[in-house]
Design a protein around this ligand. Sequence first.
Ligand code: HAM
Length: 422
Amino acid sequence: MVLNSPRGTGDIFGEDIKYRDFIINTAKKLFNLFNYNEIITPAFEHTEVFNRSIGESTDIVQKEMYTFLDKKGRSLTLRPEGTAPVIRAVIERKLYSENFPLKLFYIENMFRYERPQKGRMREFWQVGVEAVGLGEPFIDVEVIWLLNLLFEKLGFNNLKLLINSVGCSGCRKDYIEIFRGYLKPKVQSLCPDCITRYEKNPLRIFDCKVEECMKILKSSPKIYSYICDDCKIHLDKIAEFLEVLGINFTIKEDLVRGFDYYTRTIFEIISEDLKSAQNALGGGGRYDKLVEQFGGPDIPSIGFAVGIDRVIILMKQLEIGYEVSKKYPKIFIILMEEDFRVYSFKLAKFFRENNLACEISCEAKSVGSQIKWAEKNEFSHVVIIGEDEIKSEIITLKDLKNFRQFKIDWIKQPLKVLELFQ
Ligand code: HAM
């Protein structure tokens, strides 16, 4: 029986690796420009890390986590997102210092038990950043600028940047009361999940995809209209700075994001070319209370994450090419007879010790067919080993791109061989 990968997971290979490398390399270059350093956290954490941050009544915690008991009965969860683990690490390792902000980035796979469809996987990859330690609007602007620039550098020019504020713990409380008041006469029309959310955490009703609930939300009061003066000033400052930087954005008053840890600024970058519900390529926000909630000092933070898999889907759909990184020489060693294999190892050893990539043919076939194979597999050069070459210790090197051929005594003149690859 053929075994398949689990539902919602995939294998990444071939062209997709090239897209992925392009996305990751572009991101890394920008992270460097903006002074971020990499962090890698474990693929699983104590379940508490996510329950306490993302929020008990969110869809992720309620329905989507891969949670299991280890052999000692401890509850562990495969990370569904990167922010909570990074903050756990920052506190545990005391990475916060006097010199704020602490700027970290990650490139990691995430796991969510979702209903799989195009662009929505159970295992998917994110590049993300977290800037820990500053509450001022200019750092929000830096983070949003970085997100926007990443997509610009990847070659997108038709994306929409949406921004909203979910207020602070003060004004949000007032809003929740108003929102509850609006929902009260309609509670029985909500779906069973939302009835529970109404009691426990009404804001999460905004994550609901049930049509009736979405209809009720359409004319509900929006948090944007109820944020306090400080939160409004914070948002206005961001808008002002983004305009100075020439970054287009839309304030979307009904934008919500499915995490309880957000405070004030939230944002998303979406593509209207992705017609499905999975049109968000990246998103993020401020989370001013999370570090403290995790037992650390009271330091505000902000970050975003971008879904690599979704970006690849859209790049292909829009025929956005990936930039090919510099091609290095790659040599294919052609054997004319199986007896020459020992000799081919000596030659391969010489190439590899001199940092030249090479591959030895696995079977002695006609030179013509081996050259064709090498061309198809993107080798830049072939070396042919035949009886004459072995006797005279001269190699015949063919440059497949420029159709040039060299005969060199590689034992006596190794430098001459290496010069050909400079
Ligand atoms: P998120 O919006 O859940 O945010 O995920 C960010 C991006 O990951 C999405 O915009 C999407 O491109 C991709 N993504 C999410 N779920 C899936 C899935 N099931 N399959 C494929 N791609 C997916 C976060 O994860 C927050 N931690 C972002 C953040 C960082 N906020 C503050 N700092």
